[in-house]
Design a protein around this ligand. Structure first.
Ligand code: IPE
Ligand code: IPE
Ligand code: MG
Length: 232
């Protein structure tokens, strides 16, 4: 069985999970954090090199402040709580997105965990936070334009490789497998450039119900796909 080198996940359905149980939405997010832990562990056991999880989109800032506040508190707790687990399991933490949008205390916790785990060599867990695929592309274009204006690059030298090096994901290969939970058939502004040839697996399972077995199933389905990359 081929294990995908990079798995990306749109972790959706926390709110529905909570509603089904008559619980506040934040309870769904709390349970969703448990799924992140389980799936990260499974990735590390199976030898997946990179796991990118969509935890918060720039559009999610449009939600009621009570929910975004709760999510930021949860995020900070998650990072602090997970740090010893990440260390114990030799996992490396990274993040993509407009991280400056996050509360300062979240940024500090994130920076500390990223620094502390920088030398770890098992799976790299990449949190997409205040992330937008379009914003990432615009940031890259802006960077390239500035370099061209300063005479540091020749506009004619801009190709896919150079562009890629201006994305937040410059250090990672493109995802091989994209998983979306809760049945929605859309990208919701996730990794627009990077998902060009990624295999997509959508499950009706809600994110808080998604576990190691579900990950194994997604990888088994991935193994049945024939990736042609436009060729014959
Ligand atoms: C995904 O769950 C988590 C975030 C977007 C932060 P949702 O909160 O979108 O849950 P549903 O889609 O309302 O069920
Ligand atoms: C996508 O889920 C974003 C994250 C999982 C963080 P959403 O719930 O925000 O997406 P839409 O609104 O259904 O497209
Ligand atoms: Mg949703």
């Amino acid at each position: 069985m081929t294990v995908p080198r990079h798995i990306a996940i749109i972790m959706d359905g926390n709110g529905r999970w909570a509603r089904e149980r008559g619980l506040p939405r934040v309870a769904g997010h709390q349970q969703g954090a448990e799924s992140v832990r389980a799936v990260t562990e499974a990735c590390s056991e199976m030898g997946v090199e990179f796991l990118t999880v969509y935890a918060f989109s720039t559009e999610n800032w449009k939600r009621p402040k009570a929910e975004t506040d709760a999510l930021m508190v949860l995020l900070e707790h998650f990072i602090e709580q997970e740090l010893p687990v990440l260390q114990k399991n030799n996992l490396r933490l990274r993040a993509i997105g407009r991280l400056r949008d996050l509360p300062q205390s979240c940024q500090d916790a994130l920076d500390a965990a990223i620094k502390a785990t920088a030398g770890n060599t098992s799976t790299t867990l990449i949190l997409a936070l205040s992330y937008s695929g379009r914003a990432e592309i615009i940031d890259a274009v802006r960077g390239l334009c500035e370099e061209a204006a300063n005479g540091r690059i020749d506009p004619a030298s801009v190709d896919e490789e150079l562009f890629q090096r201006h994305l937040h994901t410059r250090d990672y290969p493109d995802p091989d497998l994209l998983i979306r939970t809760s049945g929605e058939m859309r990208l919701s502004n996730f990794l627009l450039w990077q998902l060009s040839y990624t295999e997509i697996f959508v499950t009706e399972k809600l994110w808080p119900d998604f576990g190691k077995e579900d990950l194994r199933e997604a990888i088994a389905v991935f193994n049945q796909r024939e990736r042609r990359f436009g060729a014959l």
